[in-house]
Design a protein around this ligand. Structure first.
Ligand SMILES: Nc1ncnc2c1ncn2[C@@H]1O[C@H](COP(=O)(O)OP(=O)(O)OP(=O)(O)O)[C@@H](O)[C@H]1O
Ligand SMILES: [Mg+2]
Length: 219
């Protein structure tokens, strides 16, 4: 089973947006998808509630429920972490995933918070032993703005403790398409393609990386 965690302790960095869009992407590919929401506010599950019945099915799971499990036959599981996750819950969530995506927003506050969070997680045994592959994604960028260049420079420079670069995979732009789709229980792949061509292009490096061996631990 493919397992992808979206986590950053900083609130509002785009964890749920990326989680629901990944769930929508894999469901459209015909995969059996489970979306596990660890946020007590259950935003991802609210999105799923509003998903039209005729859209490819995604199974929602309340991650905080004792004994929560994904259904048998699940092929892809997306784990949406809550804000302010530090310490033991970080280790626990990492132990459930092959891949961890850290979304980061281009603001000074977010970059500082991302720096601290990355520092916390890249020191953990599972990450150091490459049992979980971690990467960053810039989110809500305004293309070719100073903030865009600043976040690229920052995320490209992040190193793991051994000196290896922490992969920086994609830049997703700030776009109303995300809320337009989410309001209807959809991902950006499921609304008018004329509006989303560029967003879809920006997702491609992330989709490609998630499909590659380098985003998964060695068997
Ligand atoms: N690329 C984007 N373009 C435009 N709006 C975005 C984008 N990504 C996220 N948003 C908006 O930013 C807000 C916060 O995003 P989201 O809920 O995904 O963050 P989060 O990290 O899950 O937040 P929390 O820490 O509270 O769980 C939402 O209103 C969402 O629609
Ligand atoms: Mg969220």
């Amino acid at each position: 089973m493919r397992s992808i965690l979206v986590m950053n302790a900083k609130g509002g960095s785009g964890k749920t947006t990326i989680s629901i869009n990944l769930a929508s992407y894999y469901a459209l590919q015909g995969r059996e998808v489970a979306l596990v929401d660890y946020d007590p506010q259950y935003c991802a599950l609210d999105w799923l509630e509003s998903r039209p019945e005729d859209r490819p099915k995604i199974t929602g799971v309340e991650g905080l429920q004792k004994g929560a499990r994904v259904p048998r036959g699940t092929e892809v599981v997306i784990l949406d972490a809550p804000a302010a996750t530090h310490g033991r819950p970080v280790t626990e969530l990492l132990s459930r995933a092959q891949t961890c995506i850290i979304p980061v927003i281009p603001s000074a506050i977010d970059l500082n918070a991302a720096w601290r969070f990355i520092d916390e997680i890249t020191d953990l045994g599972r990450v150091l032993n490459r049992k979980v592959r971690v990467a960053t994604v810039a989110n809500r960028i305004r293309e070719n703005s100073p903030g865009h260049f600043e976040i690229e420079e920052f995320l490209e420079s992040v190193k793991l403790p051994g000196g290896r670069a922490l992969p920086f995979i994609a830049c997703l732009r700030n776009s109303i398409n995300y809320s337009h789709a989410a309001d209807r229980g959809l991902g950006i792949w499921e609304i008018a393609p004329s509006k989303t061509t560029h967003d879809v292009e920006m997702w491609q490096p992330l989709i490609d990386w998630l499909g590659s061996r380098s985003s998964r631990p060695a068997a």
